[in-house]
Write a protein that binds this ligand. Structure first.
Ligand SMILES: O=P(O)(O)OC[C@@H](O)[C@@H](O)c1c[nH]c2ccccc12
Length: 416
């Protein structure tokens, strides 16, 4: 294993130069005509969201006043790289750069959500009064944005990275997540099951009242799950890193996926020390450069990364990244909660499917799978693994429910 780059930020991989400034110019210059007119409102010196954003996370959003337009606008960025680019724009010629509206930042680095709240333009001092432009920038527009903003805030409470060094050295050895998926597929001829230990979700509420994570994990393993996925987000999924820990220490052999909204490399180290063998990287949340960077850290830590996509654009982005071994196609849109299992098929059709086959990438069909027909449908579409939560966890014995989902018993004992 390579040395762990802990205590200091792992170096930016060679060849990953910052994108040239011009890549962002259209975003900086273009202004939406559809935005509602803005109003000036009297404001407290700093509201809570602005204060949170201003506390200085890894990549504070930058704001600048529009130069060419009388109407003030707000710029934000969704990645460290675009933030740096915006900074360069300010410094380059000494003049304030034209900026984008909140609505225009959709699509920065290929991600639609805004990674951080827009803080709004600076407070204006007018005699004894202070004014601040009112806009929608401090309100999340969808659930994914809300979760990610909260996660960024959570990150501010974390222990410093160097404090993870000791516990990381004592972490349980890594298990081969990809190998387990392949072995299961070869053994059963059916998509390998990643069974999810999930108490609740924002879209479905509480899925199981009497929630015993270790027992659930044990029955999943006994009944043929190749790997397990453990929700660790507390606020929206009632998950916990303690569940990961407890499952790992209960003697479960299945490799474990840490199901978390990863926004910061720190979480990768933390997941590993809690026993994770794989992590989820969501393309709707992470720009390409962050995915590349995090893949390298995963490699150093020996963990697999399941890179999740939901649409063609995200799939194309991820197919352009070297070193991706596992792609998850989420049938659930995390912004609207709509589930459509034909999404898996659509994203695997034509050239995309061929590229995936050439690269030897394993595709995991995720969400909304309830019946043997659903499993056959996604298998025919080309997946070699499935990620299933609700349809199992809601049954009295979630493990026994596996045979119902696949239409046959896939437990290792029955195959022997
Ligand atoms: O419960 P379902 O519909 O079987 O879905 C499981 C899994 O795909 C879903 O929990 C999931 C997929 N991607 C995510 C990202 C974050 C949180 C949860 C998820």
């Amino acid at each position: 294993m390579e040395a762990l780059a802990i205590g200091s930020a792992p170096p930016r991989p060679p060849g990953l130069a910052l994108p040239p400034l011009t890549r962002h110019h259209h975003l900086l210059l273009h202004r939406s005509k559809t935005l509602a007119p803005r109003r000036l409102v009297a404001a407290a010196p700093m509201d809570a969201a602005a204060a949170a954003a201003g506390r200085g996370g890894p990549a504070p959003p930058r704001c600048a006043r529009a130069e060419t337009d009388s109407e003030d606008a707000v710029a934000t960025t969704s990645s460290p790289h675009s933030a740096e680019a915006a900074g360069a724009a300010e410094q380059g010629n000494g003049a304030p750069a034209p900026v984008a509206d909140a609505a225009d930042v959709e699509g920065v680095d290929g991600i639609r959500i805004r990674r951080r709240p827009v803080t709004g333009p600076p407070v204006h001092y007018v005699g004894p009064f202070q004014f601040r432009l009112e806009n929608e920038g401090n309100t999340p527009r969808n659930i994914l944005e809300r979760i990610v903003w909260d996660k960024e805030a959570e990150m501010k409470e974390r222990r410093p990275l160097y404090m993870l060094k000791g516990p990381l050295e004592n972490a349980p050895p890594v298990r081969d997540f990809v190998g387990a998926l392949k072995a299961s597929f070869d053994r059963t001829g059916l998509p390998a099951l990643v069974a999810e230990v999930k108490k609740a979700s924002p879209s479905r509420g509480v899925l199981r009242e009497d929630f015993e994570p270790v027992q659930i994990a044990q029955t999943y393993e006994k009944n043929g799950a190749a790997c397990l996925s453990v929700l660790t987000d507390a606020k929206y999924f009632q998950g916990s890193f303690d569940y990961l820990d407890a499952i790992r220490n209960a003697g479960i052999q299945c490799p474990l996926l840490c199901k978390e909204f990863i926004v910061d490399a720190w979480q990768l180290y933390y997941a590993r020390l809690k026993g994770a063998d794989a992590v989820l990287l969501i393309a709707a949340v992470l720009p390409d450069l962050d995915i590349k960077y995090m893949l390298k850290i995963c490699k150093i830590l020996g963990m697999a990364a399941l890179v999740e996509v939901h649409d063609e654009r995200e799939m194309d982005r991820v197919l352009g990244i070297d070193g991706v071994q596992l792609i998850g196609i989420n049938n659930r849109n995390l912004e609207t909660f709509q589930v459509d299992i034909s999404n898996t098929k659509n994203l695997l059709e034509g050239e995309r499917g061929q590229t995936i086959a050439q690269k030897g990438i394993i595709v995991v069909g995720e969400s909304g799978l309830f019946t043997p027909d659903h499993i056959s449908f996604v298998q025919d579409a080309g997946v070699k693994a499935v990620l299933v939560g609700e349809s199992l966890i809601k049954q009295e014995d979630p493990g026994k429910a596996i045979a119902g989902l696949f239409g046959k018993d896939i437990s290792p004992v029955s195959a022997a």
